[in-house]
Design a protein around this ligand. Structure first.
Ligand code: DC
Length: 232
């Protein structure tokens, strides 16, 4: 009996939450992590961090050799967020870039650099290292399909683009950034296109992921559904 209990306790569970921009993945994943005691893994923050690093150092992303050389010098760490507004803390070569990576401009840059195979290789490896610790809620675009295909519970969140744009405008407003609805909607549509049409690890529902259309659902309703489905 004691052996059985310790086996159950040592099980390393991974919950994946994928979906398009502005669907509420971060808020929902953070709440699921808080309710279960799991660690929240924000993989979008990693792509934003890499985008920030490449942009700040004016690295020519079309020069593949140089890109590889520069990426080898990149040390990226996720830490607990210092303030409630940030999803997660991101440290790039010792510099805290947590707030700098959250602008709409950095969203587009992250989407662009995420299409590069060398960038994905580096981050996929890092994400699997975090995953190896077990008991994580991994949020992104390719968590259920590529990074953690063996995950115990997979979810794919979706919502109509207009609703996602409305949520993003509200989120940015709370963070103190005033934005234009039409501009944010256009960016979301462009990002959806980039993310789902790229060749490597495109945004896609895993065959065994549970689809949740959140358009008419509240955040607590989605969280409750995920916890029920994951039987946690
Ligand atoms: O989730 P987010 O908005 O912070 O992600 C920013 C960009 O990073 C997104 O447009 C595409 C990319 N991304 C990705 O390609 N794969 C992931 N697992 C997470 C994010």
């Amino acid at each position: 009996m004691i052996v059985l209990v310790s086996l159950v306790m040592s099980e390393k569970k991974i919950i994946t939450v994928d979906g398009p921009a502005g669907v509420g993945k971060s808020t929902i994943s953070k709440m699921v992590a808080a309710a279960t005691g799991f660690t929240y893994l924000d993989t979008g923050a990693m792509y934003r961090g890499v985008g920030f690093f490449l942009k700040q150092n004016r690295i020519d992303i079309d020069d593949e050799k140089d890109l590889a050389k520069q990426l080898a010098t990149l040390d990226l760490q996720l830490v607990a967020a210092e303030d409630d507004k940030a999803d997660v803390g991101v440290i790039i070569n010792g510099k805290d870039v947590s707030t700098l990576i959250r602008s709409p401009e950095m969203s587009m840059v992250a989407s662009q650099v995420s299409a590069f195979s060398i960038v994905r290789q580096k981050l996929t490896q890092l994400q699997r290292e975090y995953g190896a610790q077990g008991n994580i809620v991994a949020e992104g675009r390719d968590m259920g399909t590529v990074v953690f295909p063996q995950a115990a519970c997979k979810f794919f969140l979706d919502a109509q683009p207009e609703e996602r744009a409305r949520r993003r405008v509200e989120q940015l407003r709370i963070q103190g950034t005033k934005t234009d609805f039409d501009e944010i909607l256009a960016m979301i549509v462009e990002r959806d296109k980039n993310d789902s049409e790229r060749e490597i690890a495109p945004l896609k529902k895993a065959d065994d992921a549970f689809l949740i259309d959140t358009t008419r659902m509240s955040i607590p309703e989605v969280v409750k559904l995920i916890l029920e489905k994951a039987a946690l």
